[in-house]
Design a protein around this ligand. Structure first.
Ligand SMILES: [Zn+2]
Length: 61
C-alpha cells in the first residue's frame, strides 16, 4: 500500500472504506482520511448492483 500524506499536516493518512446501501444497490467508497484533521482524499468508488440474480460491479473513479 502506498503512503498518502495529508496536504495540511504532512502526516500519513489512514485508508478507509465506507459502504452505503440503498435498496438493492450498495455503494462502497474508498478514501484516505487524516487522523489529525479529518481531511479526506477520495480514492475510488464502487457500485454493487443486484438485478435478476446477477451482480454487477461498477468502479467509478
Ligand atoms: Zn491532516
Amino acid at each position: 500500500m502506498k503512503d498518502v500524506l495529508c496536504p495540511r499536516c504532512g502526516i500519513r493518512m489512514e485508508f478507509m472504506a465506507e459502504a452505503e446501501v440503498s435498496g438493492s444497490n450498495k455503494k462502497v467508497r474508498y478514501f484516505y482520511r487524516c487522523p489529525a484533521c479529518g481531511t479526506r482524499i477520495s480514492e475510488s468508488e464502487m457500485t454493487i448492483e443486484k438485478k435478476d440474480g446477477y451482480v454487477s460491479i461498477k468502479v467509478l473513479q
